[in-house]
Design a protein around this ligand. Structure first.
Ligand code: 2F8
Ligand code: CA
Length: 207
């Protein structure tokens, strides 16, 4: 019975025209209308972006420009989980590492174990690490005992005032500097502590 039905069908609708039955034709028309409408919509949008000449387009254009201003304002100067301060970004670690591994961790995120440039920055970092825990900074005298240099090779200069009272005391070989309580302490570089990375903030003034 089945074979007879198929054969009969073949005879009634031969080749391509057979395939284009009433149902398929309807589907084709439906698809065609979607394609045409999409084309029309794209053409209208392209025209709208090209020239805000007609009043309707002008309104859409103004709204788009306003939207752009607002999106630009959302620009974050620092990545997620970094803190912004005076044009720089700071990462306060949540885990602990020795001094060398802390320096490497900062390099891996295109930053540097923090170097302090001014009193305001020192105050911000000291207060924050007082809340978060003792943290390594990019300062050590590993190369020459008593000669404190920043991780970029620059000398300590005027910041000696930030050592805690009686520090640096090199107690049982302490060659790396940390933020501790209200000032700095020298501690053994192999001890695991939190660390702070610093990098420049991203500019948000693009057009
Ligand atoms: O009292 C200051 C003294 O405190 C600790 O030693 C008991 C510190 N040691 C470590 O952080 C490992 C010293 O560096 C510090 O001088
Ligand atoms: Ca010390």
């Amino acid at each position: 019975m089945m074979t007879i039905y198929v054969e009969a069908n073949k005879q009634q609708q031969p080749g391509f025209l057979g395939w284009l039955s009433h149902r398929n034709g309807f589907l084709m028309l439906h698809l065609l209308s979607i394609v045409l409408l999409t084309g029309l919509l794209v053409a209208v949008l392209v025209q709208g972006f090209k020239s805000p000449s007609s009043p309707g387009n002008e309104k859409i254009y103004k709204q788009l420009m306003q939207l752009k201003v607002e999106v630009d304002r959302l620009c974050l100067p620092c990545s997620w989980e970094w803190e912004s301060f005076n044009g720089k970004c700071y990462f306060f670690s949540k885990s602990q590492r020795n001094w060398n591994d802390s320096a490497t961790a900062c390099q891996e995120v295109e930053a540097q174990l923090v170097i302090i440039d001014n009193d305001e920055e020192q105050s911000f970092l000291q207060q924050t690490s007082k809340k978060k825990g003792h943290a390594w900074m990019g300062l050590s005298d590993q190369k020459q005992e008593g000669k404190w240099i920043w991780i970029d090779g620059s000398p300590l200069r005027s910041f000696m005032k930030y050592w805690n009272k009686g520090e640096p005391n090199n107690d049982r070989e302490e060659d790396c500097a940390e933020f501790k309580d209200d000032g700095w302490n020298d501690a053994p570089c192999a001890v695991k502590k939190y660390w702070i990375c610093k990098k420049s903030a991203m500019s948000c003034t693009r057009n």
